[in-house]
Design a protein around this ligand. Structure first.
Ligand SMILES: [Zn+2]
Length: 437
């Protein structure tokens, strides 16, 4: 008989079901076989004659956190991330010389993966620019998607060599995890690659991820010929702007077929109500990265509007080149603060933000469905679990959302303990449950 482990906790938050006081998750072969009240889980195992070990933690147990936007290879660029910038161009001026100096991208990405595990993260949307960093998720046995980043191709170079190079790079990414392409941004590629990248990915059943609404100049402005740009023979978003078109970057990539349920975007800061409606219509999730926005000197993302309008949202840390840490809960706390400052007063705020940081991120990458589903606690899903040193009281979810950063007690990926603090090892009493009736 295969070993079963019961992870019980003072409060279990499945996300797709109400929180369970004195709950438990039974795990076998890396997957969840039961979720419910501890007594029921133990009894049902006993009734079926299944022996199990129990690990009990008095605090909280949630699905593993999902970091829906980062670049693990920039983990060694924290010197840039510690700065404070005056907008996107200012930050790029600080980023470029450090990047061009080169680093051991493989080692930095591996360090980033280790930091993610320590902060309770079990799945990551990782954007890779240099081949050496492409194995980070695979090597760390983290879930998520490795996205090969594509930028700076002109239409002519793309047709000559770009498409072939990108297809080769995509096909060379190690699996698992899943793979995809990240066309960097609407303004850093000409139109032809933006048109063809989604097709390259979709032919293979992969995923798409793009920075969108991160720079103020992506916003729409009033212009005289609202729909006519795509018949004007223009080569890029910049040419559109030079020709006087005020089309937003979101509308631009939407017209090119980039958006859809297999695509998620990063940042979504400079988004009008119309842009946000386009995202909803396309079932495209936005990964919010508020601490990165603050470092770069951008405005705050319209989180209250996203919540009120029912947009699919997720949470990302971005990389250490623009953020203080890879702890998703630090961005969650910032989102809670921003939502309130924008007038969001509904009582569902904490539950929805925790949902965004787990199931929302899994949904953004399409890993919330299928045989290897994750992001929530339910029978048959991968046993991706995170324990927190947060007391299991009535305000536990609020406490986790507002002050959860740095309080990961243990991280389990596919049923395997990948990180645990000393007090988790000590407090985790192992019990034989065979005699429970
Ligand atoms: Zn980014």
């Amino acid at each position: 008989m295969t070993a079963v482990t019961v992870y019980s906790a003072g409060l279990v938050v499945p996300i797709t079901a109400p929180p369970i006081v004195d709950g438990a998750v039974a795990v076998r072969e890396g997957r969840i076989m039961h979720v419910g009240e501890r007594e029921w889980v133990l009894r049902s195992l006993s009734e079926r004659g299944i022996d199990a070990d129990e690990v009990h933690w008095p605090g909280m147990l949630t699905p593993g956190l999902v970091n829906a936007h980062t670049h693990l290879q920039y983990t060694g660029m924290a010197s840039v991330g510690r700065g404070q910038y005056d907008g996107f161009d200012d930050w790029v001026r600080a980023f470029d010389p450090v990047y061009e100096g080169g680093r051991d991208w493989a080692a930095d990405a591996a360090d980033g993966a280790a930091q993610a595990l320590r902060s309770g993260t079990t799945a990551v949307a990782d954007v890779v620019t240099d081949r050496a960093a492409a194995t980070a998720l695979h090597d760390a046995r983290l879930h998520g998607i490795t996205y090969w980043e594509v930028m700076s191709w002109t239409n002519a170079d793309w047709a000559r060599t770009g498409r072939t190079q990108v297809e080769q790079a995509l096909d060379a990414l190690p699996t698992p995890p899943g793979t995809g392409l990240s066309p960097h941004a609407p303004y850093s590629l000409d139109i032809e690659p933006l048109l063809e990248i989604p097709d390259i990915v979709r032919e293979r059943g992969g995923r798409i991820h793009i920075h969108l609404g991160e720079a103020a100049f992506e916003s729409e402005f009033a212009h005289e010929h609202p729909q006519a740009w795509h018949t004007a023979g223009l080569a890029s978003f910049q040419e559109l702007r030079k020709a006087g078109f005020g089309t937003s970057a979101t509308e631009f990539v939407d017209q090119l077929g980039v958006l859809g349920p297999d695509c998620h975007i990063a940042h979504g800061v400079y988004m009008s109500a119309r842009d946000r409606a386009i995202l909803r219509e396309r079932r495209t999730t936005v990964a919010l990265c508020p601490r990165s926005n603050a470092v770069i000197g951008l405005e705050e993302p319209p989180i209250a509007a996203y919540l009120r309008e029912g947009s699919p949202i997720a949470v990302g840390t971005d990389s250490l080149s623009s953020s203080p840490s890879l702890d998703v809960l630090a961005d969650v706390a910032e989102l809670a603060r921003i939502a309130r400052s924008q007038g969001y007063t509904d009582r569902d705020l904490h539950a929805r933000l925790l949902g965004a940081a787990t199931l929302g991120g899994a949904h953004a990458m399409g890993i919330d469905v299928g045989p290897d589903r994750t992001g929530y606690l339910a029978v048959g899903a991968l046993a991706d679990l995170t324990f927190f040193d947060v007391p299991a009281g009535p305000d536990a979810v609020a406490e986790l959302v507002e002050h959860g950063a740095g309080r990961t007690a243990a991280t389990i990926v596919s049923g395997e303990v990948r990180f645990a603090i000393d007090s988790f090892d000590r407090a985790a009493v192992t019990l034989e449950t065979g005699g429970v009736s």
